[in-house]
Design a binder for this molecule. Structure first.
Ligand SMILES: [Mg+2]
Length: 264
């Protein structure tokens, strides 16, 4: 295999109703409601199927169940996908037990379970908490009723236990959602593990926000939607999507042109 393309999903390969353009195909439904879309060009490329020399592996913070809601164009689901922040490997839809066991061992070596138990206890006392749960036994996710309560919860958590889980858990706030990622739910670590599994001539990674950064740093070529994360990446191995083209189209077209170059 020539190219390994590690690709975040939300706001990278797919997007929600917030960014949908008229006529774009829906690829995810929840309780009968449309959830996510792809551009027409991306739909077309995925429907035709990418060349065998490009292995696309979605790497997402979505849980297994959230990932499995996606209906891929023409049922061309990627053979491999990493869910739950990279802690779970699905191979043709089935969980890879060796991968999961390794993720569990990584978390255990960092004492993540203890940190999560403490964090969950603290979160349960915080006002405005809607729900708090472990995602596939890999990382902790908390959902709040307002952005304000989520952000307050994060500062309280940091104050309360910063030393206890410093270097063990990384917290990320996205509007009303608080993600507490463990070492096994680190996309960069997951891409390292993928690189060891597949012998690729070129590794591309694409992502749009901070949890993707560790993965983007592991790639030979990082693809980002705008200049926001550019300062944290090496310019010579980073490509920023031009404004004139949707990010997902840019990612797939870049992978195809890299393959052409490799074949020359
Ligand atoms: Mg994303």
């Amino acid at each position: 295999m020539k190219i390994l393309l590690a690709c975040d999903l939300d706001n990278t390969l797919i997007h929600s109703f917030r960014h949908v353009q008229p006529g774009e195909p829906c690829i995810e439904w929840l309780n009968g409601n449309e959830q996510s879309y792809v551009t027409r060009k991306t739909f077309e490329i995925l429907s035709d199927g990418l060349p065998e020399d490009i292995l696309v592996v979605p790497i997402t913070s979505r849980s297994i169940a959230q990932y499995q809601r996606i209906i891929w164009p023409q049922d061309q689901a990627p053979r491999y996908a990493l869910t739950s922040g990279g802690g779970i490997l699905l191979e043709q839809g089935e969980e890879n037990n060796a991968w999961k066991e390794q993720s569990r061992a990584i978390n255990e070596s960092f004492g993540a379970a203890e940190c999560f138990a403490k964090a969950a206890e603290l979160l349960s006392l915080m006002p405005g908490l809607k729900s708090c749960r472990m995602i596939d036994s890999i990382y902790l996710f908390a959902h709040f009723y307002s952005e304000e309560s989520a952000s307050k919860a994060l500062s309280l958590l940091k104050q309360a236990e910063s030393d206890a889980w410093k270097d063990r858990i990384s917290a990320l706030l996205v509007r009303r959602k608080l993600y507490l990622f463990s070492p096994a739910a680190d996309k960069g670590a997951a891409l390292e593990r993928l690189k060891a599994k597949f012998d690729a001539d070129l590794v591309l990674a694409a992502g749009d926000c901070s949890p993707d950064l560790s993965m983007l740093k592991q790639a030979d070529l990082a693809l980002i939607p705008d200049s926001q994360m550019a300062d944290s990446l090496i310019p010579a191995s980073t490509k920023i999507c031009p404004e004139s083209i949707p990010f997902s189209d840019f990612i797939l077209q870049t992978a195809l042109s890299c393959l052409d170059d490799l074949r020359k």
